[in-house]
Ligand binder design. Structure first.
Ligand code: ZN
Length: 408
């Protein structure tokens, strides 16, 4: 069975981690920054050195390409992102790109003839320094004018950053590819959670990337004197919100496992020690792996809010904020990962990703899935992010085998 070259991959990870290295062992290689430019130049040199074809599209996505004999064949893409969050870790993204490059080098050296072209990709700005999943949105045709008009890092920063990478709005749109030119997509990534580590499992086959829905809930009661109004006669909006938080947490745990719910912000109005809160605005966000589950969660959570409001002599106003669709993996790709892990004698488990990745965008136009490997204590987006050598090598070998299974 074909295996990747362990020392070459580990050495690549070490070298790349020096670009943008921070004093505490982390990495700051923000998309569009000088460090990003340096990391990209380093990656390009590795691709050329390996005798692979180097390509860069109008969104500055960088690729190593190993063509097959048939020019009309579709391309199977593997990869992730080389950009990091500020003071992030060495493995988030980098592992997926460098393991993809290593898989292609290994296949090339073995002289394997596949029926598809292979491509190892570094997606631009996955982390959202300026826009988030910029490269995969461009490649899939989802880089809309809306997204370009109001990037979270600001339009000026986007224009300046694109200029630094030698791209512009027009070229970014031209990075779009037709689904018929693609054979599939696989991404290797650290789990950024503790499920694999706690279960002692080597490989996670990601069945879905969760969808996210968020709402503002405004509980409305009546302001009153905090001393003179008897407790039983109050219409305290915060009591309603607090009740709702407790009951919603219980409900999601009991009924919607492994779905999650969060209340990330709360504000009481008028907001004083001596006034019973008249209004409370509560940020509600919940996540699950399928749209069916999300629909059911939405019905249950919003009707619970209404029920709790009534029980507390309040009303509740519900304002939708955002809606990010769940991205189920392609079952054939998931089975390829499971089969690859079996062939390598590695334990595996199916699980959902509760964080966003380029895979969710790629899954909109081509059969896609992700491979997770454990990372220590689930720590990520942190200089202390750590992926054990054995897990790095396991993940890269599963990526290689799964690619060979899925591409043939
Ligand atoms: Zn990542």
């Amino acid at each position: 069975m074909l295996h990747i070259n362990p020392n070459r991959l580990l050495n690549d990870l070490d070298e790349l981690a020096r670009i943008g290295a921070t004093a505490d062992g982390g990495v700051s290689r923000l998309a569009f920054s000088a460090e990003d430019v340096a990391g990209r130049a380093w990656f390009e040199a590795r691709v050329r050195e390996a005798g692979l074809h180097y390509d860069r599209d109008g969104a500055a996505n960088q690729s190593a390409v190993l063509p097959c004999a048939n020019p009309a064949a579709p391309t199977f893409v593997v990869g992730s992102h080389l950009d990091t969050v500020p003071n992030g870790g060495r493995y988030d993204g980098a592992l997926g790109v460098l393991a993809a490059l290593e898989a292609l080098r290994t296949i090339r050296e073995a002289g394997l003839e596949l029926p598809v072209h292979l491509e190892a990709i570094n997606f631009t700005d996955e982390e959202g320094t300026i826009l988030g999943e910029f490269g995969s949105f461009a490649l899939t045709g989802y880089l809309t004018d809306d997204k370009l008009a109001t990037p979270r890092g600001g339009r000026e920063a986007l224009i300046e950053g694109m200029d630094r990478l030698g791209i512009d709005f027009l070229s970014a749109k031209e990075a779009r590819r037709r689904p018929s030119t693609l054979a599939g997509f696989l991404e290797l990534h650290i789990e950024q959670g503790t499920r694999l580590e706690q279960a002692g499992i080597a490989i996670g086959a990601v069945t879905s990337i969760v969808g996210i829905r968020s709402f503002w809930l405004t509980f409305v009661g009546e302001a009153a004197h905090a001393g003179t109004r008897p407790l039983d006669e109050r219409k305290d909006a915060l009591w309603g919100a607090a009740d709702f938080i407790q009951q919603a947490r219980h409900m999601v745990r009991e009924r919607f496992h492994p779905g999650v719910v969060n209340f990330g912000q709360i504000a009481a109005v008028p907001g004083a020690f001596n006034i019973v809160p008249a209004e409370v605005q509560l940020a509600l966000e919940f996540r699950h792996g399928t749209e069916d589950h999300l629909n059911e969660m939405e019905i249950y959570l919003l009707s619970l809010a209404e029920q709790v409001a009534r029980a507390n002599h309040l009303t509740v106003r519900i304002d939708p904020v955002s809606h990010c669709t769940a991205a189920p993996s392609d079952e054939r790709m998931v089975r390829a990962i499971v089969q690859a892990a079996d062939q390598l004698g590695l334990s595996h488990q199916r699980l959902m990703s509760f964080a966003g990745h380029d895979t969710q965008t790629m899954s909109l136009i081509t059969p896609s899935a992700m491979i997770f490997v454990p990372c220590e204590a689930g720590i990520s987006h942190n200089p202390r992010e750590k992926c054990a050598e054995q897990d790095i090598l396991n993940g890269a070998n599963v990526l290689l085998q799964a690619l060979l299974i899925a591409a043939t």
